[in-house]
Structures are given as C-alpha cells and as structure tokens.
Design a protein around this ligand. Structure first.
Ligand code: ZN
Ligand code: ZN
Length: 144
C-alpha cells in the first residue's frame, strides 16, 4: 500500500480519509467495507446530481467525523439520512439500516478503498441517457 495515503488503525488495519469539497468536514473510515455498489436509483441520482452513486457500506462505528462535526447537514432522521457538509453541500455518507451502517459516497474519499464497486444496482430506474459500459453484474433492484 502507498505509504503517503495510509494510516494504521488500532488493529493495524488501514484507515481511509474523506472530506467535503470545501474541507470543513473531514472523516476517517476503516478500509473494511463490507460491500460496494453503483446505485442507479432515482434518489441516489438526485442526491448526487449524477448518473449513479458509487458507495460502500460499513458498520457505522467504523466511521469517525474528525473535523467539522458541528457543520453537518443531516437530511432525514438520526438513523436514516444523507449527511452532507452544511457549507458546501457535498454528500459524504448516508446512515442506513436503522442506524447500524453507513453508505459512504465513494467520491468523498481522498484515499482509494480496497473494495471497489462490484455491480450496478437499481438498474431498473437507471437514467435513460446513461449507458453502462463495464462488465460488472447488473441488478434491477438490490443485488441478489
Ligand atoms: Zn464542505
Ligand atoms: Zn440508490
């Protein structure tokens, strides 16, 4: 692993850095993602203003906001939300599954995660103007 982009966590595991566009909010997350997907659902497209959202899921306690915790814009509930920087609006992560997990928007990571998206989900609601050109498996809704 490249030394300039990695930190050692308590158990010797790698820790990834993430931040918003303006740098007010910074977070660290263990490089231990359980799953990663490209989601094409209408909600992810609207939240990112993009064709799809690459994200990766991990237990919530493995993500720590290290800077700007008072500058978070939480859209939704405590245990089900999109968390953004209140200053620049960057989407950072979403709290999901009754608050037990977070889905990190991979574009907010400074460091590259070991786990890359393994497929495309909610292809049934994909933007008609966007064509998937890779060979990753596609799912109409959730990955099976
Ligand atoms: Zn910001
Ligand atoms: Zn989605």
């Amino acid at each position: 692993m490249p030394a300039e982009a990695s930190f050692e966590g308590p158990e010797g595991s790698r820790v990834l850095e993430g931040k918003c566009g303006c740098g007010t909010v910074r977070f660290r997350v263990a490089d231990e993602f359980l799953y990663a997907q490209n989601c094409h659902c209408s909600q992810c497209r609207a939240a990112t203003g993009s064709a799809f959202k690459p994200f990766a899921g991990i237990e919530r306690e493995k993500l720590e906001v290290t800077d700007g915790a008072g500058s978070l814009l939480v859209f939704g509930e405590e245990d089900l939300n999109d968390t953004r920087c209140a200053t620049c609006g960057s989407l950072l992560f979403s709290v999901v599954r009754d608050g037990a997990y977070v889905h990190v928007a991979l574009g907010s990571l400074v460091d590259a995660p070991s786990l890359r998206p393994t497929g495309h989900i909610f292809v049934g609601s994909k933007a008609p103007w966007f064509e998937i050109t890779d060979d990753l498996p596609q799912f109409g809704e959730y990955a099976s």
